[in-house]
Design a protein around this ligand. Structure first.
Ligand code: UD1
Ligand code: UDP
Length: 350
């Protein structure tokens, strides 16, 4: 089959690193990078380090308001689909690139496969929730990471084409964990001792676009009395500057890092404090306690198993969790066996 895959944002490159090469064993893949993420440390580094095939097209859409960004993607993707005539469009996750790929498939009557389908935060103010609900409802193949995702889809009346394959991010971390441990020298570069720092990331619109939430989060990190490493997403960098928020010298801000350095930083962290979707699961896979600065999460299994805690943007809750949150049980295998890419590829073949 000729499969046109649409990617564009950092987490999608990492998912494609687990899936693309597997898919290409049996199918022809046309890889389209929308250019939603474009800084070299948000894009190129992942292709170089992780052996992701070079995109056949880079739309170079870049940043902008949701309508502008998604609209430009739609126009460009439609043109490519009319030319390439794929048998299927494959999209990942919940970004604007995901929605654009799915809408083009839907309008051109090309079957859509959605990897990481079925997730819900039940907060429709999140752009991600809007993107994933819309994409799921027009997809023909819904590859879901967990039983919870199957249930979410069933409750919305989606029962056909749902396949619980496990999580492709579990595949990704298994693929690169050992290499990260061997190759990454980020701990010595940053002069860090294993288990003697907290790793943090912040980038979700609900936190960055609200001055109170972002100020509270930084205040909690500033006052936690821990060494914090903060690889800073460009969105957050911009808002910290715009809001004139002060960072204490307990927080070490670094540029976004590649996946190998990120795995190493996660694996040796005492705890992880984040609002990222992907990192909540990676913390779970690596058995690092995760403190999630959101009011809800799609990854409820990590909470139910006691390895993740929701603290919103509440200063005291964040500080308290940094000092006291300690999982007491072993994480259970709830996101598949780490062979999701293989399963997805064989379902597509069938
Ligand atoms: C997007 C996704 C989000 C995902 C995140 C992963 C949407 C609606 N959101 O959010 O679900 O969690 O990617 O990281 O699709 N910027 C740069 N350089 C870049 C990329 C972005 O400077 O290479 C800056 C720009 O100022 C831009 C801002 O970051 O306006 C936000 O980028 P955008 O892609 O719109 O959204 P993300 O916050 O990255
Ligand atoms: N990540 C990375 N470098 C960084 C920050 C994150 O490689 O500096 C990886 C992280 O390990 C995970 C993915 O990027 O695999 C998550 O992306 P992000 O948090 O941007 O998006 P989300 O998962 O919230 O959509």
């Amino acid at each position: 089959m000729k499969i046109l895959t649409v990617i564009g944002a950092r987490p999608q490159f990492i998912k494609a690193a687990a899936v693309s090469n597997k898919l290409r064993e049996n199918h022809q893949e046309i890889l389209v990078h929308t250019g939603q993420h474009y800084d070299s440390n948000m894009s190129d580094i992942f292709f170089e380090e992780l052996g992701i095939p070079k995109p056949d097209y880079n739309l170079e859409i870049g940043s902008g308001n949701h309508g502008y960004q998604t609209g430009k993607m739609l126009i460009a993707l439609e043109e490519i689909c009319l030319k390439e005539k794929p048998d299927m469009i494959l999209v990942y996750g919940d970004t604007n690139s995901t929605l654009a790929g799915a809408l083009v498939g839907s309008k051109l009557l090309i079957p859509i496969a959605h990897i990481e389908a079925g997730l819900r935060s039940f907060n429709k103010n999140m752009p991600e929730e809007q993107n994933r609900i819309l994409t799921d409802h027009i997809s023909k193949y819904l590859f879901v990471p967990s039983k919870t995702a199957v249930d979410n889809l069933n409750k919305e009346g989606i029962t056909n084409g749902v396949h619980n394959t496990g999580d492709v991010m579990f595949d990704a971390i298994n693929l690169f964990k050992e290499k990260a441990e061997l190759k990454s020298n980020i701990l010595s570069v940053l002069n860090l001792e294993s288990k003697n720092y907290i790793l943090s990331t912040i980038h979700r619109a609900e936190n960055t676009n609200d001055i109170n939430r972002l100020s509270n989060i930084i205040k909690a990190l500033n006052n936690s009395n821990e060494n914090i490493i903060l690889p800073l997403h460009p969105r957050t960098k911009k808002f910290i500057k715009d809001y004139n928020i002060t960072i204490s010298n307990k927080i070490k801000i670094i540029e976004p890092v590649g996946y190998l350095d990120m795995i190493k930083l996660m694996n040796h962290a005492k705890k992880i404090v984040t609002d990222s979707g992907g990192i909540q699961k990676e913390a779970y896979f690596l058995e690092i306690p995760c403190i999630t600065m959101r009011d809800e999460t799609e990854w409820v299994e990590t909470i139910n198993n006691g390895w993740n805690i929701l603290v919103g943007s509440d200063v005291e809750k964040i500080k308290n969790a940094i000092h006291n949150f300690t999982p007491t049980t072993k994480p259970q295998m709830v996101f598949g066996d780490g062979n999701a890419a293989e399963i997805i590829s064989s379902i597509i073949s069938q």
